[in-house]
Design a protein around this ligand. Structure first.
Ligand code: SF4
Length: 713
């Protein structure tokens, strides 16, 4: 039996796993005791990874050879790699010649490894000449990115997992950590046991399992986070809990913010948030008086039309109270996907460039053009996720290449997404699974390898890079994602008459080395890190510049920030209500989220029977009073309807909901009916209901709130 080291492919905790295999199939999986993210522990999802890799399930669900159709109304048929990639290269060349490079779009994924991400980004921005490359990380972490950049100057989570052990107060906001990041939550439980004086505050519209165990729970109304943070800062100012010396020495912009938060009196902030004034004051005092306050936050802040302001307002609070850059303190965004961080590092988004560079910065574009050996990187900003599908629907983008993600389930406003997929002249889907809803729309299906078959690197929430080894050979005719990109790129280069390839790589290490060089002198400098070090010394945190003895646990301990002035910047954050307020016709505040044992659209977790023991079917959770008022009994079917679509679901009473609120788990799409595909009944899962409103800075959609009505079916 062979043992290989990798990480769990489910969430941004990035737990290390040891895969037991015979080289052909995975026989077992266990936590890696040497991995600093989990020290051998795994949650229910991670510990069943081997079951999701069973040969029977793989045979049923995996895409194992390329498929293509030339007629939209015909079924795809099996083809060869050469035939599919040649057809793609021909269509790309023709379309670019007729409509320009921006007629092409790439929609990729935080599930990809860093090396996959790097070559996709280079293909779009370096070879095709478009910045239309965005990713499902836009649905996940882009507000956290924008929040960090606006305040601290760089997209770098300043804290680390060890800070959970060292904090006196842990402030969890918009995160059901117990379900979404279970191994970190176990660490928090252990820290509370070791330090009974530690206080945990949870702010969330739902009384989740995380909230139930808090010392202080703030059941805020959806979307009111900025009012909460500004209100806490107001109290800290009044009670002299801010650190004037730190503000003076290390920040700028506080005077303007101080004017703004003057209006966020406890009475006003508590009323906006729908919580008691006493609880608000108690939270501010706990946070401001603690020796070390650590905030853990996730999609409740990010998936919002004011997500950037929410992130910035929380970071304001940390800066004003000097709760940053010291053990046990700091704002700490928990990454949703396993490698959303790696994707950000290589600049795999429509507004970014490699190594945390900005597309809008001419000097940054010139640096990348020089690194890649091209004349220039296009200056025009690319389309972000929602914008990209709107552009496809409008006929501006004609070719859409989707890799390792399932927008026909996960994007908001599924009607828009499906119309776009039907409108595109060519839809390419590159995926390990052939059962996702997006595959139904594929004119070309490119079969890719997946967990346990891939090797390369990923970065977890605490900036820690892990080197993954492949346990299995590539099944069927699958290729690694990076291999597919470079095979295609070389064919396109031939059609474009390019003599020297931009993609000379034969291994992931060669791609990594180029990426590594791109980070030289940047905030995430990893020029001192190599595959050899990662293999011999285990996972390492960035930055890790040349000559360093190791990575950096936490950032900004010296009070110097990566801004032009070296000072952190307060952002003048103002509370904005949700994009779609409730009204008489749509009176429910509908929110969405993860369940404990499922992952995203269930393409992998949905193949493991025991992961349905926690919840076997999609439901809508409502307050008992709302059900009584509508004569709905637990187990009844109800229509949940928003302005965009409708779903029929089983109603469940939950004491975690305030009256007027409802919750639906995000994992289920519509039923797949063999032969009919996914496009039959038009229900499309929860994202039939969500809206495409986006944050003006991060362009992240408001997946966490929509106005809905609920009627007995
Ligand atoms: Fe996997 Fe996340 Fe669970 Fe760790 S906490 S085992 S990374 S799902």
């Amino acid at each position: 039996m062979r043992q290989t080291r990798a990480t769990c492919c489910y969430c941004g905790v990035g737990c290390g796993v040891i895969i037991e295999s015979d080289g052909q199939q995975v026989l077992g999986v266990k936590g890696d005791p040497a991995h600093p993210a989990n020290f051998g522990r795994l949650c229910t999802k991670g510990s069943t990874l081997h079951l999701s890799a069973s040969p029977v399930l793989q045979q049923q669900a995996r895409a194992l050879y390329p498929e293509m159709r030339t007629d939209r109304n015909a079924a795809r048929t099996r083809t060869t790699w050469d035939a599919s990639l040649d057809a793609m290269a021909q269509k790309f060349a023709d379309t670019i010649a007729r409509h320009g490079p921006d007629s092409v779009g790439f929609y990729i994924s935080g599930q990809l490894l860093t090396e996959d991400y790097y070559v996709f980004n280079k293909l779009a921005k370096g070879l095709v000449g478009t910045n239309n490359v965005d990713t499902n990380s836009r649905l996940c972490m882009s507000s956290a990115v924008a929040g960090y950049k606006q305040t601290l100057g760089a997209d770098a989570p300043p804290a680390c997992y060890e800070d959970i052990d060292l904090a006196d107060v842990v402030f969890i906001v918009g995160s059901n950590t117990a379900y979404a990041h279970p191994i970190l939550y176990r660490r928090l439980e252990a820290a509370r046991q070791a330090n009974p004086l530690m206080k945990v505050i949870v702010a969330d519209p739902r009384k989740t399992d995380t909230a139930r165990e808090a010392d202080l729970f703030l059941p805020i109304l959806p979307g009111t986070d900025v009012a909460l943070f500004n209100g806490m800062l107001h109290i800290c100012l009044w009670e002299d809990l801010v650190d004037a010396a730190y503000i003076e020495a290390h920040t700028e912009g506080f005077a303007e913010l101080k004017q703004t938060v003057r209006d966020y009196t406890p009475a006003y902030a508590a009323q906006v948030c729908g919580i008691s004034e006493q609880d608000l004051v108690a939270a501010a005092r706990l946070f401001g008086k603690a020796k070390a306050s650590l905030s853990l936050y996730c999609q409740g802040l990010n998936q919002s039309a004011s997500g950037t302001a929410k992130n910035a307002a929380l970071i304001n609070l940390h800066l004003a109270t000097a709760q940053i850059g010291k053990p046990g303190a700091g704002p700490f965004s928990l990454t949703g996907q396993p490698n959303a961080m790696g994707g950000r590092e290589v600049g795999g988004m429509a507004n970014l460039l490699s190594a945390h560079r900005d597309l809008a910065n001419p000097a940054h574009r010139a640096e990348i053009a020089q690194l890649w050996g091209i004349d220039d990187v296009p200056a025009k900003p690319g389309k972000t996720a929602v914008e990209m599908f709107e552009a496809v629907r409008a006929g501006e983008i004609k070719i859409l290449w989707i890799a390792c993600t399932n927008p026909a389930q996960s994007m908001p406003d599924q009607k828009l997404i499906r119309e776009a997929l039907r409108k595109a002249e060519l839809v390419i889907v590159q995926d390990a699974y052939k059962t996702t809803a997006s595959v139904d729309y594929a004119d070309i299906l490119l079969p890719a390898t997946t967990w346990s078959e891939k090797e390369g690197t990923v970065t977890n929430s605490e900036r820690r890079i892990t080197r993954l080894q492949a346990a299995l050979d590539k099944p069927g005719e699958t290729l690694h994602d990076w291999e597919i990109v470079i095979r295609f790129a070389r064919k396109l280069e031939a059609r474009m008459g390019r003599e020297r390839t931009l993609f000379p790589y034969e291994t992931t290490e060669e791609i990594w080395n180029e990426h590594r060089e791109s980070t030289r002198g940047r905030d995430l400098d990893i020029t001192g890190l190599s595959f050899q070090i990662l293999e011999q010394q285990g996972p390492q945190q960035w930055p890790y510049p040349q000559g360093a003895a190791g990575g950096k646990k936490r950032l900004y301990e010296d009070g110097v920030f990566p801004t032009a002035s070296g000072r952190a910047k307060f952002v003048n954050t103002v509370y904005q209500p949700v994009a779609e307020p409730v009204d008489a016709r749509y009176p429910f505040r509908l929110t969405t989220g993860r369940l404990r044992d499922q992952w995203h659209g269930m393409s992998r977790t949905g193949t493991v029977a025991q992961l349905f023991a926690h919840q076997s079917e999609p439901t809508v959770v409502m307050a008992a009073q709302d059900m009584e008022r509508r004569f709905i009994k637990a187990g009844d079917l109800v229509h949940v309807t928003s302005r965009r679509g409708s779903q029929i679901l089983t109603a469940v009473a939950g004491d975690d909901m305030r009256p007027g609120q409802a919750f639906i788990g995000m994992h289920w799409g519509e039923e797949y009916v063999s032969g009919r595909g996914h496009d039959g009944d038009g229900s499309y899962g929860v994202n039939a209901l969500t809206l495409p409103a986006i944050d003006p800075y991060s362009k992240q959609p408001e997946l966490k709130h929509a106005a809905a009505k609920i009627l007995k079916a």
